[in-house]
Design a protein around this ligand. Structure first.
Ligand code: NI
Ligand code: MN
Length: 226
């Protein structure tokens, strides 16, 4: 599988047949690697409905027919706009032919741009046997470890490091310790001035404190786990 970083919290998982697109904030993201017309997802997964995550979901989903997974209140809003949705709540798992996604807790707030309050989530994903934990927008909390130890070990953790709206790069070191992934990929930084941070310093700190390898991806770059 390939994992491509598209900016902010947006990632695309690809196996050549299925394209799983997470948090497609593209047209309004000054650092986005591609425009919303350049992606062809078969599935869209949302951590929550803040504009820097919901992004271009409705346009992309309606153009491609991609099934979209979001927490129930947000899914209901999107379903009303004509998107094909799956609507779990926290703890729920949705199965696909490529694997599954489980919504996990995240300590954050969330109201959609249209005013729908909902619980923000992390995403625990099994994509063709690779376990990916997208932490979503969250502060540091100890149950990150509980999520990470509940099944197969986490291969890749996608961790926000920008601070201000989420944990910062120092709290994210502890998050990386709690999750214990083989590979940590930082996200949710440098898109706007309040979340500018030093990803290379985060890499050095995590690799000194843990057994995880940190892979820093610029928007548009792809990580292919061995
Ligand atoms: Ni948010
Ligand atoms: Mn955000």
């Amino acid at each position: 599988m390939d994992l491509r970083f598209l900016g902010q919290s947006c990632f695309e998982l690809t196996d050549g047949e299925h394209n799983v697109l997470i948090d497609p904030f593209l047209s309004q993201n000054p650092k986005a690697a591609v425009g919303p017309e350049e992606v062809e997802p078969t599935t869209i997964l949302l951590t929550h409905g803040h504009a820097d995550h919901l992004g271009d979901t409705v346009d992309i989903a309606k153009r491609t027919g991609a099934t979209t997974v979001a927490v129930v209140e947000l899914a209901n809003e999107l379903g009303g706009e004509g998107v094909d949705v799956r609507d779990p709540n926290l703890g729920g798992t949705v199965k696909f032919d490529w694997g599954w996604v489980k919504l996990t807790p995240a300590w954050h707030t969330a109201v959609s741009p249209k005013g729908t309050p909902h619980a923000p989530a992390g995403l625990l994903i099994n994509f063709q046997g690779t376990v990916i934990y997208h932490l979503g927008d969250t502060a540091l909390f100890s149950d990150l470890a509980l999520v990470a130890k509940r099944g197969d070990p986490v291969d890749i953790a996608l961790v926000p490091i920008g601070g201000h709206y989420t944990m910062d790069r120092w709290d994210a070191i502890t998050a990386a310790e709690l999750v214990g992934a083989k590979t940590v990929i930082p996200c949710h930084y440098d898109t706007f001035p309040p979340i500018e941070t030093d990803a290379q310093a985060f890499k050095a700190d995590v690799e000194a404190a843990t057994n995880s390898e940190v892979v820093v991806l610029a928007p548009g770059e792809t990580h292919s786990p061995g």
